[in-house]
Write a protein that binds this ligand. Structure first.
Ligand code: GLN
Length: 245
């Protein structure tokens, strides 16, 4: 097996944006490849390290306001990484999505410039959205999304940007949509980790990252776990359940 045939999954700043276990998304991507006989490598890129710029997919997760401010500086200090993030498959969750946008507000209402990889901005809401989320994905190949949100950001997409989902339960971006979907990026407010909860989204990311049609994969108990999460989510009233931070 040549080194080039290994799918390289960069996990950006697990030590800074690691509060919500979103590193699990990188593990899910690697494992779903390995179960299909495709070699995969997760490359954790911590704050002291320069990020590799030739990975097949980049994953970045959620965290607190101070961690986000650090992450933006770390990203903009690496122009070659920013270029890679514009052209390579990216999965960005919550704070990770916000920092890739044009700007965001912290919980004190102070505006922080983002890395401008994604066409979106985030204001700070008065209420914190905490709880289960269900959303229909705007891509027809991806099953209904389930996840868990914990944020106060309200995200507004640029005029030509497409959301990842239409929210059925929970808050997401705050306007009835969740996240963003571009030709090479998936952004979402869903933790879980979102790819563990949503295998069809994991395969969507992998298909785009590898350019390969991937065979079906049967993972025991996957469907039962999804049913359980969807049942739990119905206990949260549609687009409510937020509480003060
Ligand atoms: N600090 C951000 C917010 O509250 C992101 C939180 C998160 O990543 N879960 O909106």
């Amino acid at each position: 097996m040549t080194e080039e045939s290994v799918v390289r999954i960069a996990l950006l700043l697990p030590d800074v944006l690691g509060t919500y276990s979103d590193r699990g998304n990188a593990i899910v991507l690697a494992q779903r490849l390995r179960l299909r006989g495709i070699p995969a490598q997760v490359i954790p890129v911590s704050a002291e390290t320069a990020a590799p710029t030739s990975c097949d997919v980049y994953v970045i997760g959620g965290g607190e306001d101070a961690a986000q401010a650090f992450a933006v500086q770390w990203l903009v200090d690496q122009p070659a990484l920013l270029t890679a993030l514009q052209t390579t498959e990216v999965l960005a969750v919550c704070a990770g999505m916000q920092v890739l946008g044009d700007w965001m507000e912290d919980s004190g209402g102070r505006r922080v410039a983002g890395a401008s990889v994604l066409d979106l901005t985030t204001t700070s809401g008065r209420l914190r959205a905490v709880g289960e989320v269900v959303a229909d994905c705007t891509d027809g190949d991806v099953q209904t999304l389930t996840g868990f949100e914990n944020h106060s950001g309200h995200t507004c997409l640029g005029a030509d940007a497409t959301p990842l989902g239409r929210v059925l339960v929970g808050t997401g971006n705050g306007d009835g949509t969740d996240g963003v979907l571009t030709a090479s990026a998936v952004g979402t407010y869903l933790h879980g980790p979102v790819l563990a909860r949503n295998p069809t989204l994991a395969d969507f990311v992998l298909r785009r990252a590898t350019g390969q049609v991937l065979p079906e994969l049967q993972v025991p108990d996957e469907a039962a776990a999804r049913d359980l999460h969807l049942r739990q989510a119905r206990r949260r009233r549609p687009r409510s359940g937020s509480r003060r931070a």
